[in-house]
Design a protein around this ligand. Structure first.
Ligand code: NAP
Ligand code: GLV
Length: 315
């Protein structure tokens, strides 16, 4: 049996990924999706797919898939792909290197908001000398939506910087040095104390549109949002209204409902929106290939697959 690599990349980039995967899995035949027709193998010869947001129809070509490994941490597109075989395990990418990268990005955004960098950038643009009142980290509370793999890496990093840390998730989790919450009451309690809110939830039917006027209205007035999860969590019009009313002070956005962010979108020019082009924690090929290889070997030998997705839950 063989492994097919299905992506939304151009042919050259997909071929480079195939080579990295082939080095990590020398015992397997790995064919890039773009090359399947010339590989001399029937689609039924492929029992594993390594997937990076492939177009909906790509999976449908392979009738014998027994395991699908995502190269992305977020699997909201794959999990709803109607061609995903109903009984095949689906694993998302759980990669300590990605977590370190995310922790670095979130720490940069949180410390930059904490030290008023957006305020000083605006002041400089107007040639204004405008010192803001000093606030110590111990007086700036950071709240996380989600306490999963990536959020926990961020929380560990921020723990050394003296910020009071809060975390909310579906099921409350005990975390050293973090006050944790669950449920709608827990969310209200956390938001009421949050100065900087970081979103690291998966995009699911439950979480889509969750960052709306109601949620933003429960934050401390003037709080900031850092969204590094998915754009679909945010109701854009509500975010803009909260900024314009002063309920939200700043929004650092790494992800958008439509990517690339379309020309003319109000986020591009809003003085309190800071746009990053989905760069918080890109997948690192060598590291992701090692993880995919371990999971494919586990699939072949009946071992434990890491990062299994609960398809009913959506993450
Ligand atoms: P994860 O380990 O699955 O953690 C998800 C967290 O969200 C868990 O704590 C989970 O609660 C919580 N959650 C899920 N549904 C919820 C709900 N309805 N209400 C409250 N909490 C809920 O995921 P991860 O690996 O940390 O990744 C998080 C997301 O980051 C990914 O899905 C992806 O969208 C995004 N991401 C972005 C980038 C980027 O470059 N911007 C890179 C990688 C990933 P439980 O603990 O109770 O299950
Ligand atoms: C990136 O956004 C990922 O989900 O891996």
């Amino acid at each position: 049996m063989a492994v097919v690599l299905l992506t939304d990349m151009d042919e050259a980039r997909e071929a480079r990924w195939r080579d990295v995967l082939a080095r990590a899995l020398p015992e397997e035949t790995i064919v890039a999706g773009a090359g399947v027709d010339t590989a001399g193998l029937e689609p039924a010869a492929f029992d594993v797919a390594i997937a990076a947001n492939p177009p909906a129809a790509a999976l449908a070509r392979f009738p014998a898939l027994g395991f699908v490994q995502s190269l992305w941490a977020g699997v909201e597109q794959l999990v709803h792909n109607p061609a995903l075989p109903p009984d095949a395990p689906l694993a998302r990418l759980v990669d300590p290197n990605m977590a370190r990268f995310m922790a670095e990005a979130v720490t940069a955004h949180v410390t930059s908001l904490h030290r008023d960098h957006p305020h000083y950038a605006r002041a400089q643009a107007e040639e204004r000398w405008a010192p803001a009142p000093a606030v110590y980290a111990r007086d700036r509370t950071v709240g996380f939506l989600g306490t999963g793999e990536l959020a926990r890496a961020c929380l560990r990093q921020l723990a050394g910087l003296d910020f009071p840390l809060l975390g909310w998730s579906r099921s409350r989790r005990d975390l050293d040095g973090v006050e944790t919450f669950a449920g709608d009451e827990g969310l209200t309690a956390m938001l009421a104390r949050t100065d900087i809110l970081v979103n690291l939830m998966p995009l699911t039917a439950e979480t889509r549109g969750m960052i709306d006027a109601r949620l933003l209205g429960r934050l401390k007035p003037g709080a900031a949002l850092v969204n590094v999860a998915r754009g679909g969590h945010v109701v854009d019009a509500d975010l803009l209204a909260a900024l314009d009313e002063g309920q939200l002070g700043e929004a650092v956005l790494d992800v958008f409902d439509e990517e690339p962010l379309p020309a003319g979108h109000p986020f591009w020019r809003h003085p309190r929106v800071h746009v990053f082009p989905h760069v918080a924690a890109p997948t690192e090929p060598e590291s992701a290939a090692r993880i995919a290889a371990a999971n494919i070997r586990a699939f072949r030998t009946g071992g434990a697959i890491a990062g299994l997705v609960d398809r009913a839950r959506g993450y």
